[in-house]
Design a protein around this ligand. Structure first.
Ligand code: F6R
Length: 610
């Protein structure tokens, strides 16, 4: 979704603003822009364009910005109005003196637009954002801070804002509700950004702006206020991210790099969370006491995180024998789930900023549920509204398609299910120990699968011409089928559907013919034979079968056109190992088809609007 950057200091602002935007590209966008104030010549200059940041750079070459050490920049993911130059940010008021960038959605923009229009304001774009700058103009009486403060109180919806005023060029204003915004602290310079990677090359000291906070930022001073103008205290965090982790490090794409990072992410997770065969979530404050009195678990999440949650449901019900309901966050919020103080809500989100998941959690909290979140981004909004946070610590995930965050979410869910099973005495210590032992094999199994990457790439490339894919799995690998299909469609744009294999006869079988490829998840398990029957049904209708099976399976070659083998493992743990070839199939097919793997069209990494 939209990315915001702001700079105030002594250096040239434009290169900093553009480089920082590049670090936010992963969020997804379709146009970009930059505005700077030339304090010497009293000029506000704005440049914007549709397309990628390289298009903005080309524009800046033909139409350079004046020298300046204060500015704001933006990547826009279109919501209201087409992704064209006029609708892109920054937006300017009628006087041409106030300029603003925004991430979020203003829900009452039509109402405000009518009021402002009647007062004589002229609108040029179709965006909801433009009303904010005119509203600030309406309140502006030689104090930009007060004008922004009055304006934000009128807005409904979600917003992170960066605002500058030509008449007060030494002040950068930031404000937020719903959408993320951080302030980076430098020496005689300060920054704002939607996310830490944007400013990591300049500073590791950050303030996470809280809901309903406004910041008045100067090059050597930062003051925080609530929307009523009362000063509030600020907490400075030191981020531990390394600049290198947000670079490709020799891989052609972030997605491939992140696929390769999975063994080390899980190794670190298990080292950190398993001590003497005991699972510890102490850093998240989660002890066995937290499970007392709980009689129902709800899992809420979106997209890939939802698929991890679905695996979690199978696991928790099996190991801890407690009912688990799961919803995509956007549905949870608008139906009436039965929630009370005995309900535990587990919210899963890589970014911790997904608007639907945040809204679902807030709803559940109001009804008295306890919230545990499984989150990757430290300090994110979800982490802050949860009672307990279990961080995945997978490091920044830049590729839009989630890979290492998914398997890290699985890692936490397995540990969580074992711990809960232990606490509820549905899993004996010996059984828990065996699970933990099996879990620890996963990183080496990953390394083994990665060694076969050329063979997997070949299978993917040879099948990249199919116009439609079905993914079939059973039991705990039904979610794997959903995830495989999502991965493929989002980065290669090939229609792909995931199904519970047993459901095939109830509809999807009508799709099967020689033009369909079916990825069948058939690891060794108690339902293996049922999967083989499904594969035969596909073959007898001339469907192409690509199977993922367990090493040593001599039967599968007879039934499938191509087979990818995974190491032998406890069947409950197979979703971990199956995820890897599915990610690689999606990746190599997308590359073969020339798709933009890291930034697929229309997608955003962090979906901060509902
Ligand atoms: C798919 C993908 C998305 C996200 C979804 C939730 O590869 O990345 O489906 O999983 O948008 O995002 P988070 O986990 O940040 O809440």
């Amino acid at each position: 979704m939209c990315g915001i950057v702001g700079y105030i200091g002594k250096k040239q602002a434009a290169p900093i603003l553009i480089e920082a935007l590049k670090r936010l590209e992963y969020r997804g966008y379709d146009s970009s822009g930059v505005a700077v104030i030339d304090r010497l010549n009293y000029e506000l200059a704005v440049r914007k364009t549709s397309g990628k940041i390289k298009d903005l750079e080309e524009l800046l070459e033909s139409s350079p910005l004046p020298l300046s050490s204060v500015g704001i920049s933006h990547t826009r993911w279109a919501t209201h109005g087409a992704p064209n130059k006029i609708n892109s940010h920054p937006h300017v008021d009628c006087s041409g003196k106030i300029v603003l960038v925004h991430n979020g959605i203003i829900e009452n923009y039509e109402e405000l637009r009518d009021i402002l229009w009647k007062k004589g304001h002229k609108f040029v774009s179709e965006t909801d954002t433009e009303i904010i700058v005119h509203l600030i103009e309406e309140y502006y009486k030689r104090d930009i801070f007060v004008a922004v403060q009055k304006a934000v109180k009128q807005l409904r919806g979600s917003f992170a804002l960066g605002v500058l005023c030509l008449d007060e060029p030494d002040i950068l204003i930031a404000a937020r509700i719903g959408s993320p915004l951080i302030i980076g602290l430098g020496k005689n310079e300060n920054f704002i950004a939607s996310d830490v990677p944007a400013i990591l090359e300049h500073t590791k000291k950050v303030i996470y702006l809280k809901e309903g906070e406004l910041a008045k930022i100067q090059e050597d001073k930062i003051q925080l206020f609530d929307f009523d103008g009362r000063a509030v205290s600020c907490h400075i965090d030191k981020v531990t991210l390394k600049v290198d982790t947000v670079k490709k490090q020799g891989f052609p794409h972030f997605m491939l790099k992140e696929i390769h990072e999975q063994p080390s992410v899980l190794t670190q997770m298990f080292q950190h969370r398993i001590k003497n065969n005991k699972i510890s979530f102490d850093d998240g404050g989660l002890s066995e006491k937290c499970f007392k009195g709980i009689n129902h678990i709800f899992i809420v999440a979106c997209g890939t995180a939802y698929h991890a949650g679905l695996v979690g449901k199978y696991l928790i019900e099996q190991l801890a024998s407690i009912p688990v309901s799961i919803d995509v966050s956007s549905e949870f919020r608008y139906r009436t789930p039965v929630i009370n103080k005995k309900t535990l809500v587990v919210a899963i989100s890589q970014s911790g900023e997904t608007a639907d998941t945040l809204a679902a959690v807030k709803e559940a909290k109001l009804k008295g549920a306890k919230i545990i979140s499984i989150c990757n981004v430290v300090g994110s909004s979800l982490a802050r509204v949860s009672d307990r946070v279990l961080y995945t610590h997978a490091g920044p995930e830049i590729g839009v398609a989630s890979t290492k965050a998914y398997t890290a979410q699985l890692g936490i869910l397995y540990l969580f299910a074992i711990k809960l099973g232990n606490a509820r005495q549905t899993l004996s210590s010996i059984q828990a120990k065996m699970f933990i032992k099996d879990l620890k094999q996963i990183p080496s199994a990953y390394i083994k699968i990665l060694k076969d990457k050329n063979a997997i790439a070949k299978i993917a490339e040879n099948n990249a011409h199919y116009g439609c894919f079905l993914f079939l799995g059973r039991n705990i690998n039904f979610p794997s089928a959903l995830e495989g299909a999502l991965k493929l469609k989002e980065i290669s744009y090939i229609p792909a559907e995931g199904y519970a294999a047993g459901e095939m006869k109830h509809g999807p079988i009508a799709l099967i013919d020689e033009y369909r490829a079916v990825i069948c998840l058939a690891p060794e398990s108690n339902i293996y034979e049922k999967m083989i029957s499904n594969i035969q049904e596909i073959r007898s209708r001339r469907g192409k079968v690509i199977a993922i099976a367990t090493e040593g399976d001599e039967v599968i070659n007879k039934h499938a056109d191509n087979v990818i083998f995974i190491p032998k493992i406890n069947q409950l743990l197979t979703p971990f190992l199956i995820a890897l070839p599915l990610q690689m199939i999606a990746y190599y097919i997308a590359v073969k088809r020339g798709c933009d793997v890291d930034q697929p069209r229309n997608l955003a990494k962090s979906v901060t609007v509902e």
